[in-house]
Design a protein around this ligand. Structure first.
Ligand code: ADP
Length: 631
């Protein structure tokens, strides 16, 4: 039978595995047992929902066998099995390998073994300890059985075999021992016991192995004889059913890593039970890193759903609100029907009640973390805060009550995060608005000329750097009665009566100059006016109420929004020397004023991060002005 080649990414990953010197290679056993347990879950679920596939719970087991002579370790389960096509797709390529990120990460990963866990490629970890892997399997839903075998990189073979029992038997031919690594340890009873205990104790099916026992010799009671006996190595109590006081941090971490395909410990564990109309236990985790594809469409969120300890489905999406879709974990309820399908999930009122209860609990956990573990919360926010903001925006503000106090922003005060509550509490009495400024990064924002007046007043300014920020804030509209105010939009409301009057007089006195500049700039601005928000800078660009400059900048990335523009106003600092220069030019050579106006507008655009429409014309004008000045 011809050998088949692995898909390119799988090959690369295999290469990583085979040459891995990863110190933690022992986790291969946890991965294979976890796969076996999943397969048993599937078979049991099938048996409960389809009368043609009855199976007794006691026949659902995982068997481990060692053969020291041949250096093989076997992991056998009586689970759902795989047919030929499933072998091909599940073992010939890496599950979930379609994404471009995956390929890109793999390219970089030659030295970085972390990628292995990140993408959930459990089965392949067998190649960390095995030089050859043989998988015999018979599916519950097929009459035929097949063997998949591979010695690694040069491909795999699938052949038809005879196998009576349903399930999967994986044989690992261990690598030869080296100085660094004693692979033969995996043939030792003590080692296997240790690993099962450490990583797979909670598995809800018996993990059995033939162990050697010493019993009294019936013919001579001063002696013992050794016999073989089948022993169950795990306690089989699911972790979430155990008493919380009896569970160590380590237990949670190992459980999380083995079940939810992560390589690193979770940042936060949320474990609780609810008794009442709807009784359930939830064991939830917040990952300590952002999953590589979290902000892509191929990221699948959701919780595992169990009913009375029976696995029902993976990634039940309807249990989690969008805002908390970074949470993984499981829910086990006494009160759910076994026959609930993915389609019905959304309509089921029990499920709705469950989802809303989960939402509250997650919310409380986050609030609690913010209040009592600020540093941890900030870390969390760095990973998933963006998702909270997206949801605030996408839900049209409907979730604002839940979300508004979970938001963090950097600000002009110090280089640290503030909540909106902290911001408002820190406001001087006379301050009426919550000021914010937008830009692509903190350094850029800190230099915006329009910050000057607000800063001078001693008011804090929120620095918004994510593209969704201003959209999300516009959904909130206000916080505790204080409206949000962009520093580059509309009226900042900072002028005293005197200042207002002075500004009016200046405007009146320079009416013709301002009109001439506006005429020179045509439709690019709605108005040219005297500014009261600038201190040192000559000009700035602001937007009238409505679409902001930042929103225009973001929306313009999508060609569909080509015509969407903010209504712009060019503001001039009347106390800057440029103002005198403009007055002079207007008196002496009104034609030249057009060039001045155009250059100043483009400068203001650049500072705001907006493109200038004709860069060549702009630079030509500057050059001309330089030459004129030198003459
Ligand atoms: P993952 O478990 O993250 O999906 P794996 O590489 O460990 O990734 O396994 C790939 C797939 O192969 C599994 O999703 C499952 O469909 C199938 N598989 C692996 N081991 C078994 C098994 N013992 N019995 C049945 N199917 C299995």
């Amino acid at each position: 039978m011809a050998k088949k080649q692995f898909k390119a990414e799988s090959k690369k990953l295999l290469d990583l595995m085979i040459n891995s010197i990863y110190t933690n290679s022992e986790i291969f056993l946890r991965e294979l047992i976890s796969n076996a347990s999943d397969a048993l879950d599937k078979r049991y679920y099938l048996s409960l929902t389809d009368a043609n596939h009855k199976v007794s719970k006691k026949d659902l087991t995982i068997r481990l066998e060692v053969d020291k002579e041949n250096r093989t370790l076997v992991i056998e389960d009586t689970g759902i099995g795989m047919n030929k096509e499933e072998m091909e797709t599940n073992l010939g390529t890496i599950a979930k390998s379609g994404s471009e990120e995956f390929k890109a990460q793999l390219e970089k990963a030659t030295k970085n073994i972390d990628i292995i866990g990140q993408f959930g490629v459990g089965f392949y970890s067998a190649f960390m300890v095995g030089k050859k892997i043989v998988v015999d399997s018979k599916s519950s839903l097929s009459e035929e059985a097949y063997r998949w075998e591979s010695q690694g990189i040069d491909g795999y073979q699938i052949t038809k075999i005879d196998k009576d029992s349903i399930g999967t038997r994986i044989t690992i031919y261990l690598k030869d021992d080296t100085e660094e690594k004693q692979y033969s340890d995996y043939l030792e009873e003590w080692k296997i016991k240790e690993l099962v205990h450490k990583y797979s104790d909670y598995v809800r099916y018996p993990i059995q192995m033939e162990v050697t026992k010493q019993i009294p010799d019936p013919t001579d009671d001063t002696k013992t004889i050794s016999t073989k006996e089948l022993e169950t190595l795990n306690s089989m109590i699911p972790l979430w059913k155990k008493n919380k006081n009896k569970i160590s941090k380590e237990d949670y971490n190992e459980f999380y890593k083995s079940k939810f395909n992560d390589w690193v410990d979770p940042q936060k564990v949320i474990h609780y039970s609810v008794e009442g109309n709807l009784s359930y236990t939830a064991l939830l985790f917040i990952p300590s890193e952002t999953p590589y594809n979290f902000y892509n469409t191929d990221f699948e969120s959701g919780l595992q759903l169990y009913s009375k300890g029976v696995f029902i489905m993976d990634k039940a999406k309807d249990l989690l609100p969008e805002s908390y879709r970074f949470v993984t974990g499981l829910v086990d309820s006494e009160d759910l029907s076994l026959n609930i399908s993915r389609e019905l999930l959304q309509q089921d009122h029990q499920v709705k009640a469950l989802a809303s209860s989960l939402e509250k609990k997650i919310h409380n956990a986050l609030e609690d973390m913010l209040k009592n573990e600020r540093e941890e919360y900030e870390k969390f926010f760095d990973h998933f805060g963006l998702n909270l903001k997206y949801d605030l925006y996408k839900s049209y503000g409907m979730h604002q009550e839940q979300l508004k106090d979970l938001l963090l922003y950097k600000s002009s005060k110090e280089n640290r995060y503030v909540t909106l509550k902290e911001y408002v509490e820190g406001m001087p009495k006379e301050q009426e608005k919550i000021y914010y400024a937008c830009g692509s990064n903190l350094e850029e924002i800190a230099q915006l000329p329009a910050l000057a007046k607000v800063k001078e007043k001693g008011y804090e300014i929120l620095y918004l750097t994510d593209s969704v920020d201003e959209f999300a804030i516009s959904m909130l509209n206000q916080y505790e009665g204080k409206p949000f105010q962009s520093i580059t939009k509309g009226d900042l409301g900072l002028d005293s009566e005197e200042e207002k009057k002075a500004k009016e007089e200046q405007t009146e006195a320079n009416k013709d100059l301002l009109t001439a500049m506006k005429d020179a700039l045509k439709d690019e601005v709605k108005e040219v006016r005297i500014s009261s928000r600038l201190l040192d800078a000559p000009v700035c660009l602001i937007a009238e109420d409505g679409l902001s400059l930042e929103m225009e900048r973001i929306l313009s990335h999508d060609p569909a929004n080509a015509g969407v523009k903010a209504t712009k106003i060019l503001e001039i600092n009347p106390n800057h020397p440029i103002f005198k220069a403009l007055q002079k030019v207007y008196q002496e050579d009104p034609k030249q004023l057009e060039d001045y106006a155009s250059v100043l507008l483009n400068q203001a655009r650049l500072i705001e991060g907006l493109p200038i429409e004709n860069p060549v014309e702009y630079t030509n004008k500057i050059t001309e002005l330089m030459i004129r000045n030198a003459n």
